[in-house]
Design a protein around this ligand. Structure first.
Ligand code: MG
Length: 444
């Protein structure tokens, strides 16, 4: 156990929905639901205004619409989420070299390496306050909840205690008092099944759990889990903050604000990504045996598929052929919003390629337009630009008509206009691609 509350956990509040409210002034203070907007869609993030109506992540969009019919249901703009996430992670890395991102909107930071004069509660609290202000500054006003504690477990519990826009510091020595009244599900790894098993044994709170001996716990939930629970119930958690390490895989992925439905376009994108992966492998003198693809469907479910070669490769033709074959087995008829290719199982040498290609083959790529609104219509929330009215976002569409609200993060709430869906003056707006668009994380 650490002596000081030097583990910081930062969690952006209602992240996707907050980015939408930032960029769409008319939605500020209103219920916003980001997720799959189709019949089988699920909620990814609900704004706090929508949560008041009982809308939650992972709920079906159908149920969310029933609970909060007046919410804005948006299909998500990953370019904006990635950009905000990148700015926050960069800020955190300027504070300490030990930053462990957990997702786009969450990370641990180890303050033992932040160059602070000391790690007393007052000092780390001051740093956290300043960090929260800087998060708002670099993201154009997003709020973050921050927790500080003597371990990852405690820091994460702390950041959750005063959401949104909160800061909780658990003073060293008070961890067990904090945990005792909490339900056992506060412990990482205690899901519904374990909680139910514990409940049947009369164990509800962490205090109940603390009174159970190790042997009994192992009998209840198994050896590996039992040991972990025994430790965590006592707030014992030594897990280090682990920064993104040297790549164990090389991958490239792209997110699309408009669902891709055209198979040929998807294959084209996969082939191009395979080329980038292969080039990076060769540049680092690496090769890998396992080729994976990652596909996020229009309803936000994410699928990964992989296949393993008998020997490592760094060849575009091989990687792209396998990637396309993996894609062929997936049902993407409802549309796709993320595609990625990765190679893992890396070796720092290349063996004879499975398919016998010795020189890099350049497959001719079919000329295909990049994703535009024409591929799958106008999705709610997407960025558009009108020749005369300028930038706006799709408020709704149907029956050959698209309705746009003309406003951006920098404008007041703007006017609403409707157009024919094929109006040549109206086009999808895409940000200039960032170099980071080709960065990890790995598929899977
Ligand atoms: Mg969050």
């Amino acid at each position: 156990m650490r002596e000081h509350a030097s583990v910081l956990h930062l969690d952006l509040d209602a992240f996707f929905a907050s980015v939408e409210q930032r960029d769409k002034p008319s939605l500020r203070g209103k219920p916003v639901v980001v997720g799959g907007v189709g019949g089988r869609g699920v909620v990814s993030t609900a704004s706090y205004e929508a949560r008041r109506y009982g809308v939650r992540s992972a709920m079906s969009t159908r149920e969310a619409r029933a609970r909060c019919p007046h919410a804005a249901f948006l299909s998500g703009r990953f370019h904006a989420y990635r950009e905000a996430s990148r700015a926050v992670m960069e800020l955190l890395r300027s504070v300490s070299p030990l930053v462990e991102p957990l997702s786009l909107d969450e990370a641990f930071v180890d303050l033992e390496h932040a160059g602070l004069p000391d790690l007393e509660v007052g000092t780390v609290t001051g740093l956290a306050e300043e960090l929260r202000e800087r998060v708002a500054a670099v993201t154009g006003g997003l709020t973050a909840s921050v927790g500080l504690g003597t371990s990852k477990f405690i820091a994460k519990v702390a950041s959750d205690l005063d959401k949104p826009d909160g800061l909780v510091v658990v003073a060293p020595g008070t961890e067990r008092d904090l945990l005792r009244p909490m339900h056992v599900t506060v412990i990482p790894g205690v899901g519904p099944a374990t909680a139910e098993r514990l409940r049947r044994a009369g164990i509800h709170t962490v205090a109940d759990l603390e009174r159970v001996g190790l042997d009994e716990l192992v009998q209840l939930v198994g050896r590996a889990h039992g040991h972990g629970l025994h430790e965590l119930a006592r707030a014992h958690d030594d897990r280090p903050v682990v920064p993104e390490r040297e790549a164990k895989s090389v991958s490239v992925e792209g997110t699309y604000d408009t669902d891709l439905a055209d198979r040929r376009l998807m294959e084209h994108l996969l082939t191009r990504q395979a080329g980038e992966v292969a080039a990076r492998l060769r540049k680092s003198g690496l090769s890998g045996r396992t080729v994976s693809i990652k596909v996020r469907l229009h309803d936000f479910t994410t699928l990964s598929r992989s296949t393993t070669l008998p020997s490592p490769t760094d060849q575009t033709a091989t990687i792209s052929r396998l990637a396309r074959r993996l894609l062929a087995d997936l049902d993407t008829s409802g549309g796709v919003r993320l595609l990625g290719v990765g190679v893992s199982g890396l070796a720092d040498w290349v063996q004879e390629d499975l398919f016998g290609e010795t020189a890099e083959e350049q497959e001719p790529l079919p000329e295909v337009d990049l994703p535009t609104d024409r591929l799958r219509g106008w999705s709610p929330g997407m960025d558009v630009v009108h020749a005369e009215m300028g930038r706006g976002w799709v408020w709704g569409s149907g029956r050959g008509v698209v309705t746009v609200r003309f406003e951006t993060a920098q404008t007041p709430p703007g006017p609403v206009r409707s157009y024919r869906a094929d109006d040549p003056c109206l086009t999808a707006w895409q940000p200039a691609p960032l170099p980071e668009d080709a960065a990890p994380p790995a598929p899977g």
